[in-house]
Design a protein around this ligand. Structure first.
Ligand SMILES: Cc1cc2nc3c(=O)[nH]c(=O)nc-3n(C[C@H](O)[C@H](O)[C@H](O)COP(=O)(O)OP(=O)(O)OC[C@H]3O[C@@H](n4cnc5c(N)ncnc54)[C@H](O)[C@@H]3O)c2cc1C
Length: 475
């Protein structure tokens, strides 16, 4: 993929030389288009897409496949050598140490592919209310993606003993656990591996970077390490974006379509600076808590199982939470359980045998995104109630799996799916256009209500739908 991207850079250099502006140099490290003279970099395209997560990658890929000239502008680096703890720290925003004013940790990746670089690769169809209440029907796009990427549950031998054990205990208790569909190619996946969250070094996990690579093969350009600040608005219409690259060189890209896909936390900052102050006023982040126990037989634990590969959505509508086995990566695990309760820290020695169940909730829309990475996200009384309710069920399942109920311990609560910061019906219309003409949003920001589900498949659906809409417009 790196070669394809480099070729595409060279092509863009050639085109820009032909067009006359100052010479652009290709970074030897292959990351960024640079201008050694510090003169502004100016480019033009049919579509400028800010952010390369599943929303941006999907819309850009469709437009590129239709022959449109697409430029992706990505704040983060292009990932190399993933699959270890260091790589995760390198590509996650501020090494994962991002906290709300109230002290809630929220995790997101800044890299080609956005948070799919570190996602656990679980695919979940959007809830029916998106169509019934908001008229956003992405059934066709979701079906198409399921077929295209062959989304399916993993076979039992890859699910592994810990997942199968927790699933059968839950079902014996009368719950309805099942294997989840995954963005994973079972042919490339390895038994006993749980490294999705560190970035998959085997290439078994689909990430949005795969869509970017495909778009680049169709002529799109990817610019890494360019942080977009705002849209360029002329006569009330968005005509491009401006920002700076890692060397501080101003970057200005004009496009027939301007699409902001900088994610639930990145998009509202750009919108606020672009004349859409209502963005980022209230959002969800699907807070989660891990519930851990060590079974008496000290068998194979969740650390040797693909994460979030079985579980249940059965409590989602009524009680606002979902359950699925996950254990945090080793370095995070120690910090997380120790911060919750220091006496749980010695459990570290049992890491390989520990069974973990994640409780993830549908939190109330609250808080706000400020400029420059600051944000507020209070957990409401109801949010805490949902976390506690899910925790009680997880404890029962762990007890059934042979864990001593008094020895059960917990991670800190944190958020991992920020969204709803430019909701459909409030900030964007049902074609994902903001009040500023030609300024579109395509990512988890547009989700209009509390969510509490894996959002990637929905973001892909939004991207494909927006591309179809744009290609059908005449302007
Ligand atoms: C640990 C973890 C596990 C997860 N597991 C799952 C899962 O199993 N299934 C699932 O469906 N979801 C999962 N998610 C959530 C999912 O990854 C995100 O919700 C999804 O990636 C959001 O997509 P997006 O398009 O909104 O933006 P993002 O993926 O957040 O991408 C936005 C991109 O925009 C870039 N950007 C931001 N600001 C700027 C700027 N100013 N200029 C230029 N670029 C900018 C960022 O660098 C980033 O690359 C997980 C998330 C995490 C953190």
């Amino acid at each position: 993929m790196q070669n394809i991207i480099r070729k595409s850079y060279l092509e863009s250099v050639r085109r820009n030389r032909a067009a006359g502006p100052s010479p652009l140099l290709l970074s030897r490290r292959g990351g960024t288009i640079m201008n050694s003279m510090r003169q502004a970099i100016r480019l033009e395209a049919d579509a400028v897409v800010v952010g390369t997560g599943p929303g941006g990658a999907s819309v850009g890929r469709e437009l590129a496949k239709a022959g449109k000239k697409v430029i992706f502008v990505e704040r983060g680096r292009h990932p190399e050598r993933v699959g270890n703890h260091l790589s995760m720290i390198k590509y996650v925003d501020r090494a994962g140490l991002v906290y709300s004013e109230e002290g809630l940790n929220v995790v997101r990746a800044l890299a080609t592919g956005g948070s799919t670089l570190v996602f656990t690769a679980t695919a979940c169809r959007p809830p029916s209310w998106l169509k019934d209440k908001y008229g956003i029907d992405i059934t066709y796009e979701v079906n198409e993606t399921e077929e295209e990427l062959k989304l399916a549950p993993l076979p039992d031998e890859l699910l592994g003993p810990a997942n199968l054990r927790l699933m059968s205990c839950a079902n014996e208790l009368g719950y309805e656990w099942e294997p989840f569909k995954k963005f994973i190619d079972p042919q490339k996946c390895e038994q006993g591996c749980s490294d999705c969250i560190l970035g998959c070094k085997r290439g078994a996990k689909w990430t949005a970077a795969d869509y970017i690579a495909e778009a680049v093969r169709h002529g799109a350009i990817l610019m890494n390490r360019v942080r977009v600040r705002e849209a360029i608005i002329e006569d009330g219409r968005a005509v491009g974006i401006k920002g700076k690259n890692a060397q501080g060189t101003p970057v200005e890209i004009r496009g027939r379509w301007v699409i902001i896909s900088a994610g639930g936390m990145g998009t509202p900052e750009i919108l606020q600076r672009s004349g859409v102050p209502e963005a980022g006023q209230g959002f969800f982040c699907d807070p989660l808590r891990m519930v851990y126990g060590t079974p008496r037989d000290k068998g194979i634990g969740t650390a040797s199982a693909p994460q979030m590969s079985v579980g249940t959505y059965e409590h989602h509508v009524e009680d606002g939470y979902i359950l699925s086995p996950i254990i945090e990566p080793l370095f995070l695990f120690g910090a997380s359980v120790g911060m919750r309760k220091v006496t749980a820290l010695p459990q570290w020695v049992n890491y390989k045998s520990i069974l973990g169940i994640m409780v993830k909730i549908k939190d109330d829309m609250g808080g706000r995104i400020d400029l420059d990475g600051k944000f507020s996200k209070p957990l409401s009384y109801d949010d805490r109630l949902k976390l506690d309710k899910g925790t009680r069920v997880a404890e029962k399942i762990l007890e059934k799996a042979g864990c001593e109920v008094n020895d059960i311990f917990y991670s800190v609560d944190r958020g991992a799916h920020p969204g709803g910061t430019a909701p459909i019906g409030k900030v964007v219309d049902d074609n994902l256009q903001t009040p500023v003409e030609n300024l579109y949003v395509c990512d988890a920001s547009v989700i209009p209500e509390p969510w509490g589900l894996p959002p990637v498949l929905t973001c892909i659906g939004f991207g494909k739908r927006l591309a179809r809409h744009l290609l059908a417009t005449k302007n």
